[in-house]
Design a protein around this ligand. Structure first.
Ligand code: GRG
Length: 303
């Protein structure tokens, strides 16, 4: 299998896609900020505009293009995923959860803007994201039924069977040793569900065939787990300062892929998942150099 990822200049691709995503995020914020208090506006701006990788919207757009979608309007839809992600990080860092000081290389939102504003701004981002997904789909000229499916994907991924459910398992798992299937289940929900939804939403918006949707779904599931393994490897081998965040899961007494398998086996598993993700795309006839490059980026990134 000739690697297609080599056709992509990853750094310029990521930088271009981040710029477009951030422009769409800014537009989304400009619609809400004039309608909220200065206290909430500060927390929203801090939580949403801090320097994230923007992986979820970038995956959504790449899936959309892989199935033949064209045009720039897709960024309006894609940022709905980033708004949910931003809320999850703001809440995850609060003292009642991970009590983190550092996120994306800067003090966390509640350390700068206060706990009250961060809690409320995070909650506000949930309906804002839902509306963004609906309006983003409508602005692309998609039929209402497809916009409804997009909203369903986002809500399901963010909900009890997805991210919130995974976070709850994560809180329950502190100071206990989880088995590998338990850890997979937790991360499939907590991190994987939103990553998978990113691919599914891009595919649905681009009118993917059932075979293409299935392949992108499997790709999403595989890179979702690979992403978490890579996160655990980075936590174990890098510093809070280099990663721009703290505390690590190990410091919080949580099970990780590194504590379960060790560094070498965990890296082997992550790379195997990426291979699976990439060959699944090829199996469905999807020649998608950007998605292949993104799959490798997920495990080779340095933060
Ligand atoms: C009250 C139970 C309950 C849940 C509330 C807080 C919450 C919902 C969910 C938290 C889920 C969470 C923190 C998932 C983290 C996923 C993760 C690995 C984040 C880091 O993602 P990156 O590396 O971050 O893409 P950047 O900063 O690049 O955007």
């Amino acid at each position: 299998m000739t690697p297609l990822a080599g056709q992509v200049d990853l750094q310029s691709f990521l930088s271009r896609e981040r710029d477009r995503t951030e422009a769409a995020l800014e537009e989304a914020l400009e619609r809400i900020l004039p309608r909220v208090s200065a206290e909430l506006a500060g927390a929203l701006r801090h939580g949403v505009t801090s320097a994230g990788k923007r992986l979820r919207p970038i995956l959504c757009v790449a899936a959309y293009r892989a199935v033949g979608g064209i045009g720039e309007a897709v960024y309006g839809l894609a940022v709905s995923l980033e708004l949910i992600h931003a809320y999850s990080l703001m809440h995850d860092d609060l003292p009642c959860m991970d009590d983190a000081d550092l996120r994306r290389g800067k003090p966390t939102t509640h350390r700068v803007e206060g706990e009250r504003a961060t809690m409320v701004a995070g909650a506000l981002l949930i309906p804002v994201a839902a509306r963004q997904a609906w309006e983003g789909g409508m602005a692309m000229g998609l039929p209402e039924e497809r916009c409804r499916l997009l909203l369903e994907e986002l809500s399901r991924a963010a909900g009890g069977g997805g991210m919130v459910g995974g976070q709850f398992l994560d809180l329950l798992g502190e100071d206990t040793t989880l088995t590998a299937p338990e850890l997979d289940d937790l991360h499939r929900r907590k991190t994987g569900a939103l990553l998978r939804a990113s691919l599914r939403m891009g595919a649905i918006a681009g009118a993917a065939t059932p075979e293409q949707l299935e392949a992108l779904d499997r790709y999403g599931e595989a890179i979702g787990l690979a992403f978490q393994i890579a996160d655990d490897l980075l936590d174990a081998t890098s510093s809070a300062q280099a990663l721009g965040k703290n505390p690590s899961d190990a410091e919080l007494g949580k099970s990780t892929y590194v504590t379960l398998f060790g560094v070498d086996e965990a890296s082997r598993r992550a790379r195997e998942l990426v291979q699976q993700a990439v060959s699944g795309l090829r199996g469905a006839g999807l020649e998608a150099p950007e998605l292949e490059a993104l799959a490798w980026y997920v495990v080779e990134r340095d933060r």
